[in-house]
Design a protein around this ligand. Structure first.
Ligand code: GLU
Length: 304
């Protein structure tokens, strides 16, 4: 497959969508990002790398971090994790509180804010320094020891995170949050603030493309059966109330974030990260979705 030629073509074709969409202004620090940034990085299981545009520039990964926290939490708790979080698509926005009351404080899936907040609570209970331990895990997955939290983005989200605080409080009232509300919010906002490039993300997500193995290494961080489950959740729940649309148009397991990043994997083939900060009304990058749709169409590499 000539990925270079195909990605060059896509980069030119997709550029016309650069103007569409809006920045995630509800986190004030994200409203300051240059809206015209556009980067792509594709890594193959065979160890080839293809980079375009702003692919080496770091941005706030936001909800993409939820896949990484699931990868840390699932091996710790195994199937008992699903006593506290369900594995069903929600059909609701990422920050919705409505369903949570009907379902007695059990989030529909780990990629909703509520689900990720429960995983944050679990990591706080498990580690003396959960922030350090999560960061080390992300550095290990991506093979980049310089990855850091973006303290400004974290502070900006903590200061305005009233809805996330409500989700934590509601789940605490149902006994599904064990730690202090402020501590959970602080950890969660830091996790979302992590700054990574498309290259870092494509390398980190190789663990999901390559059956749990790290990029260009024989070390295994996840069992095959865990990867199967994480990929299934990305496929069904990675894009909130647009999971069906992403499956229909792109046809790969993937995860978006309101920082404008989208990561997707083709198991045993490649991982790809795209970044373009302008979002559609569902909170997913307009150009990111378009880029991935063109990729699977031109290469014929959807999983379906
Ligand atoms: N930190 C963001 C929030 O809680 C994540 C949302 C997203 O990226 O979809 O609203």
């Amino acid at each position: 497959m000539d990925y270079k030629k195909i990605l060059d073509e896509i980069y030119l074709e997709a550029k016309v969508y650069k103007g569409q969409g809006e920045l995630a202004r509800y986190i004030p620090e994200l409203a300051l990002v240059d809206p015209l940034k556009y980067g792509i990085h594709l890594s193959t299981v065979a160890g080839e790398d293809y980079s375009l545009g702003d692919s080496k520039e770091r941005f706030s990964i936001q909800s993409i971090s939820k896949v990484l926290s699931l990868a840390q939490v699932l091996p710790l708790l195994g199937e008992t994790l699903w006593e506290r979080i369900d594995v069903e698509p929600s059909g609701n926005p990422f920050n919705s509180i409505v369903q949570l009351e009907y379902e007695n404080g059990i989030p529909r899936n780990p990629f909703l804010n509520a689900g990720a907040l429960v995983m944050a609570d679990i990591l706080i209970s498990r580690f003396d320094d959960p922030m350090e331990s999560f960061l080390s895990f992300v550095r290990e997955l991506s093979g980049n020891s310089t990855i850091e939290y973006d303290k400004k983005v974290a502070a900006s989200e903590i200061a305005t995170g009233y809805l996330n605080a409500s989700l934590i409080n509601m789940m605490k009232s149902y006994g599904n949050i064990l730690n202090d509300v402020d501590k959970v919010l602080e950890f969660y906002c830091h996790q979302c603030s992590i700054a990574m490039s498309c290259e870092d993300l494509a390398h980190a997500f190789m663990a999901f493309a390559d059956e749990g193995c790290l990029y260009k290494s024989d070390s295994r961080v996840l069992k095959k059966s865990q990867v199967k489950r994480i990929n299934a959740l990305m496929q069904t729940c990675g894009f909130y109330d647009e999971a069906g649309e992403f499956s229909y148009r792109v046809g790969l397991p993937g995860k978006s974030g309101v920082g404008g990043g989208i990561v997707a994997v083709h198991p045993k083939c490649y991982s790809i990260a795209v970044w373009s900060p302008k979002l559609n009304p569902k909170g997913n990058s307009v150009l990111g979705m378009k880029t991935l749709e063109l990729l699977t169409t031109k290469t014929g590499t959807s999983i379906f």
